[in-house]
Design a binder for this molecule. Sequence first.
Ligand SMILES: [Zn+2]
Length: 237
Amino acid sequence: MSFLENYQQKGELLKVYTYPHPVLSKKSLPVTNFDERLKKLAQDMLYTMYKAPGIGLAAPQIGENIRMFVIDVEFERKKISRPRIDNPELIEVSYHLSNFHPRVFINPKITRGPELVKCKEGCLSLPGVYEEVERAATVTVEYHDLDGNLCELSAEELLAICIQHENDHLDGVVIIDHLSFLKKNFHKKKLIKRQKLTAAQNGRYLDGNNECNDDDEDDEDENENAAAEGGGNERKI
Ligand SMILES: [Zn+2]
């Protein structure tokens, strides 16, 4: 039985690469080996996605230029606050995740419907960026599952948006590539500045290709800011 059925949060936390790391701008190659390594990678990607938290994660975001992404637009995440056992005056915060619907798409081929929608999107590789992107409202996607079987899925609403966002990653495209030159440059500068700051905080030497990873706490802050800005509807993809 596949680990996707009766999904349990198991796996390794992978490093999520942030823009402008070159791995995010490359066109990824099709998957040809449907082996145990691929299953392990998909499992680790899902684990990393849920931990972030995000609703989608594409292989280039964790440094692998292969045509695979994972998605779950349905899981629920509940914040639990309780007094710490060792010091009841302090509050310990944790998160309980449930209602998992993990999906793995390999070598996807997308057919877009005619209707267009605009939706504000965030991305785990572009911390702090939430921008409106125009996408097809519906898609049909042909893809391989982890065993190499050919599958087809028709999607609408958030799932359709998420599939297009993740598929973009496989072609080296991120959300700011959909924006005007000025807006893209604005975000690019901010992201580079943020990266340098994180690197400096980590006490690392800076160079042109420096890459950083946000820790969990940073991601939490981003999400809370986004919730405050946009009514809590934005989720990172
Ligand atoms: Zn993304």
